[in-house]
Design a protein around this ligand. Structure first.
Ligand code: SF4
Length: 343
């Protein structure tokens, strides 16, 4: 289908305005993501309605720990990504359109996706697994429709979309998890093929202007983005420019894709980052992909009591009453906190 968010240039070239690459694409060529093509001066989305992955997931798997906890979300993706992370854990889904030009997927319309979400009694639809920015048109149509049926919409993203893209989605998205991959421009440029500033600017816009529920994830890669100095800067940014009520998920790296010779993240590194985030004042810090460390629980920021237990994807909220701690009454930040439980 014809793409949205682009403009014509001279000589039948176009500029895509969907993400911060702002690709200038000559006639007959594709953008960096490999899923948007200039056909004789008109930009087309090649992945509209081509579903490459779909599953009913716990919302905690996104990860979102403070958005309708204990509920299920119908999650899907098309192929493609606007970044080229050499450590991508989902690279067969994200990089295939760029590597060999293939865009595989099962045909599905927004109506069929929403009908499926209702059939399986999902509380929300999630745009996830690859990078949803590059299936913007399908996401926008599905989100509008799902909203009309009372479903929430969740984005799991690298945060490199354009401001225009974010604002178009503004009224339809309820929650987002953004992958803040590191806090240096060099890492973003060399390892992910992107830039840091658009991501930090978007995080501020999401939190302070759009008002979506926001959680942030950082995958700690040994020797690449886990120095104490860099994590000091990253956590300072979260505390001072995003807000201490924003949950921060620290995630364990596993060797993958072009980084298959880098070891897994050590427990000591993850634990040190956890304590740094807490010491700086972040109210909710979690360690993912490493259940043995037992850092998936929520503690009340007021009295310190444990208020939400998570074991795997089973969630119980024994001490949250309509968004407040049952012990001291402090706010437990999030959406529908303490309403839904599955354990
Ligand atoms: S979505 Fe981003 S990478 Fe893809 S064509 Fe548009 S500007 Fe380029």
């Amino acid at each position: 289908m014809e793409a949205r968010l682009w403009k014509p240039l001279k000589n039948r070239a176009v500029q895509c305005r969907l993400c911060n690459h702002y690709c200038r694409i000559a006639a007959g060529e594709r953008g960096k993501c490999g899923v948007r093509e200039n056909r004789e001066g008109t930009l087309f989305s090649l992945n509209y309605g081509k579903i490459a992955a779909i599953s009913l997931d716990p919302v905690e798997k996104k990860p979102l720990y403070h958005f309708q906890p204990g509920t299920q979300t119908l999650s899907f993706a098309t192929m493609g990504c606007n970044l080229t992370c050499s450590f991508c854990q989902n690279w067969t889904l994200s990089q295939t359109p760029v590597e060999d030009g293939q865009i595989a997927g099962r045909a599905a319309t927004p109506e069929q996706i929403v009908a499926e979400a209702l059939r399986v009694k999902a509380a929300s639809v999630s745009y996830t697994y690859s990078e949803p920015t590059i299936f913007f048109e399908l996401m926008q149509d599905t989100a509008r429709l799902s909203q009309r049926h009372g479903l929430k919409n969740i984005l799991v993203s690298n945060g490199f979309m354009s401001r225009e893209c974010l604002d178009e989605l503004g009224p339809h998205i309820n929650a987002i998890n953004v992958d803040l991959k590191c806090f240096t421009e060099a890492f973003y440029k060399e390892i992910a093929g992107a830039h840091l500033k658009p991501v930090t600017d978007n995080l501020k816009h999401i939190k302070h202007t759009l008002g979506w529920w926001l959680e942030v994830t950082t995958l700690l890669i040994p020797g690449r983005n886990d120095s104490p100095e860099e994590l000091e800067q990253l956590t300072d940014f979260l505390v001072h420019e995003i807000g201490t009520d924003t949950p921060w998920h620290i995630s364990r790296f596993h060797p993958s894709y072009k980084m298959d010779n880098v070891p897994v993240t050590g427990g000591d590194t993850l634990t040190a980052a956890y304590h740094m985030g807490k010491r700086k004042g972040l109210k909710y810090v979690y360690i993912g992909n490493m259940p043995g460390l037992n850092r998936q629980q929520t503690f009340c920021p007021g009295c310190g009591q444990r208020v939400i237990d998570r074991t795997g994807f089973t969630v119980v909220c024994p001490a949250v009453r309509n968004g407040h701690c049952a012990h001291c009454g402090a706010t437990i930040h999030g959406i529908d906190m303490g309403k839904a439980v599955n354990g």
